[in-house]
Design a protein around this ligand. Structure first.
Ligand SMILES: C[S@@+](CC[C@H](N)C(=O)[O-])C[C@H]1O[C@@H](n2cnc3c(N)ncnc32)[C@H](O)[C@@H]1O
Length: 247
């Protein structure tokens, strides 16, 4: 049986559920991420958005005038992104590609890349981490930059949210068979109360990557740490780095 792609069968509710769960903090994170990108980007830059999902960042970046290539392995997420791009009248500046990020190939045509909001936790093993960072680096021109977020161990604890719009229980528990303490079972049960009544349940494996391992693989891929901008993302439980392709 084909492996289920996390979020793929509830992509049409993804935005509503995340916005209802995180509210202001989510809007703040979006604005702060866009600010960080816009500070580095130059007019006319081509941007690669890895794990772009429904276009939370791709669409406003296209609206700001950049050419954006949005990559995700979930076809349903990308359908939502395209609908959002059309609605925002920026469809002509966005291309999409449904592929596993580690299989991205092509010329180094991008000035800037993003891989944020916990994309790394979906990578199952060290080979996938290495392959994903190498593939991203290979699509960046030398001197191009990657904004990467690295979820901290403290993120892997689960939470409960209850608002007028949503009831959500996320349970994240260590996989007892994993002696390294990296692998977690991620179980999400959400009941969206508005604008529609929708119940969503899913389960997948999430992996915690220690920062030094991410940095080792980034270095092997030809990316160097340019700046650690985590202090500006204090409300996120992830480190945020600018990495630069140096070779
Ligand atoms: C939590 S969402 C993050 C969305 C987006 N980056 C943002 O900032 O809102 C994670 C996304 O990464 C995608 N993803 C996870 N692993 C991936 C992989 N190996 N290749 C491509 N996309 C992946 C998922 O399908 C999902 O849409």
């Amino acid at each position: 049986m084909a492996e289920r792609i996390p979020h793929d069968d509830w992509a049409q509710w993804y935005d509503a559920i995340y916005e209802a769960t995180y509210g202001d903090a989510y809007r703040w994170l979006t604005d702060e991420t866009l600010r960080a990108v816009l500070e580095k980007a130059c007019p006319g830059d081509a941007i690669l958005d890895i794990g772009a999902a429904t276009g939370r960042l791709s669409v406003p970046l296209a609206a700001a005038g950049y050419r954006v290539h949005a990559v995700d392995r979930s076809p349903s997420m990308l359908r939502q992104l395209l609908a959002r791009a059309t609605e925002s009248r920026v469809g002509q500046r966005i291309t999409v590609q449904c592929v596993n990020a580690s299989e991205l190939d092509g010329a180094p045509t991008f000035d800037l890349a993003l891989c944020v909001f916990t994309v790394l936790l979906y990578l199952p093993d060290r080979a996938a981490l290495a392959g994903t960072l190498a593939a991203i680096a290979s699509r960046l021109r030398v001197g191009g930059r990657l904004l990467l977020d690295v979820p901290r161990r403290e993120l892997f604890v689960g939470y409960r949210a209850e608002t007028d719009q949503v009831e959500r229980l996320v349970q994240i528990t260590p996989d007892p068979s994993d002696s390294d303490g990296r692998r977690f079972s991620y179980r999400d049960d959400a009941f969206l109360k508005s604008p529609f009544l929708v119940r969503v349940s899913e389960h997948f494996v999430a992996t915690w990557w220690p920062e030094h391992e991410v940095l080792e693989e980034a270095t092997a891929a030809g990316l160097e740490l340019e700046s650690d901008v985590s202090p500006r993302f204090t409300r996120a439980a992830s480190a945020h780095w600018w990495l630069r392709r140096h070779r």
